[in-house]
Design a protein around this ligand. Structure first.
Ligand SMILES: [Zn+2]
Length: 393
């Protein structure tokens, strides 16, 4: 069946400005034709016509950093260890929440029990209402440094084995986490960050040799320093990047996925649920570092892809518009932010058939009640969402 989204304002995700009075024809799940209303040659009686007047059509949004196995909120880490049936049912609900906010593609960059792999398969099979999900399986981290429900290793051989096992389990990408030692876990004379440059290069090699991308959690100065020089495909969070780190990222073509919703949600909970002062201070530090890093990365030419870290931090699901607003607030142009949420995200994920509205691409589309290029808050005004040309929301 054909679909004609008629007389709509179009922002197509290619980098061109929004254009008024456009039409988009969808056939067999793909964009078939794009052009000015007056140029469409088909027969209106033989297509389903959607009136797009006073609305803006954009490509389906992409969130490069979510965790559907936790709902976010003030106790997000505890939620990862809820009973498995509860996590599983909730993950289905949260993926649908995400879809409703206009997200048609998501990277789930860490889940206990590889729930994200199962969720991705259920979505692909059409069994649940969810974005197209690219799962990273379970986080890989050095023993003693990260959440205990991650996949933990002690040396290079265990690290290689962990990556191979994740790939065999069916991930779309590999996710590693650099971090300082957990409190009291640091053995005498051990380095501060045991997942060091040497081990990270082992991980990068192992993932790339198998043809997989590798995303790296780095959220302190030392981790950012190591990750920026390692050749990972993306730095997740990267809230304490120095100028030299950003230069290395440009050279290595490493993306930044800023996840500013993390500190934004933390600052909200600091007052909403009376967190201790120390947590507020930490959130304020993250905000300051993050805003500086994102602006510098954007000005120096690092490719930025949007990620909310919904579920993996205090941020809840379905709030991608808030992340976009935070990116604009720190100095990025609205156009760059929208690209970060569509075609640049597609570049990071490796989605060659999605991310822009062009003939031949898969018709993942979002119809908004206002123009996000004028005010990015329009991303809150989702009228409908299409996945492969089918109305999903
Ligand atoms: Zn995360």
């Amino acid at each position: 069946m054909s679909l004609l989204i008629d007389n709509v304002r179009l922002w197509d995700g290619t980098g061109s400005p929004a254009r008024a009075r456009m039409s988009v024809e969808v056939r067999d799940g793909r964009v078939f034709w794009v052009g000015p209303v007056a140029d469409w040659q088909g027969n209106r009686a033989s297509v389903r016509v959607i009136d797009g007047s006073a609305r803006t059509l954009i490509p389906g949004l992409m969130d490069c950093h979510v965790h559907y196995s936790s709902p976010g909120g003030p106790d997000w880490i505890a939620r990862f260890t809820d009973p498995l049936p509860e996590i599983s049912i909730r993950a289905v609900e949260l993926a649908e929440t995400s879809l409703r906010s206009g997200i048609t593609t998501a990277r789930d960059v860490g889940a206990p029990h590889a729930i994200n792999i199962k969720l991705a398969r259920a979505s692909k099979a059409g069994e649940i209402r969810a974005p197209t999900i690219h799962p990273a399986g379970t986080w890989i981290a050095h023993r003693g440094t990260y959440v205990p429900f991650a996949r933990l290793f002690g040396d290079a051989n265990e690290l290689r084995e962990a990556i191979r096992e994740e790939i065999e389990a069916g991930v779309s990408l590999v996710k590693v986490a650099l971090s300082g030692w957990n409190e009291g876990a640091r053995p005498k004379d051990a380095s501060d960050i045991p997942f060091d440059a040497r081990l990270l290069s082992v991980a990068v090699q192992e993932a790339h040799r198998a043809g997989y991308k590798i995303a790296c959690h780095a959220n302190d100065r030392e981790s950012c320093h190591i990750a920026a020089r390692s050749g990972v495909d993306s730095i997740e969070h990267g809230m304490f990047l120095e100028k030299e780190d950003v230069e290395a990222m440009v050279t290595n073509k490493t993306f930044l996925v800023p996840t500013m919703s993390v500190w934004d949600a933390m600052l909200y909970y600091a007052s909403a649920v009376d967190w201790p002062e120390s947590r507020r201070t930490r959130a304020e530090g993250l905000r300051e570092g993050s805003r500086k890093s994102v602006l510098m990365a954007s000005q120096m030419g690092v490719q930025i892809a949007l990620g909310t870290d919904a579920g993996g931090g205090a941020a809840r699901h379905g709030r991608i518009a808030r992340e976009a607003e935070l990116m604009v607030d720190c100095g990025m142009s609205v156009q760059d932010v929208l690209l970060a949420a569509t075609s640049r995200a597609a570049g990071l994920i490796g989605e060659t058939e999605r991310g822009s509205i062009q003939a031949g691409k898969i018709a993942d589309l979002v119809l908004l009640d206002a123009d996000p290029t004028e005010n990015v808050a329009a991303l809150r005004l989702v009228a409908s969402v299409y996945q492969g040309g089918m109305r999903a929301v």
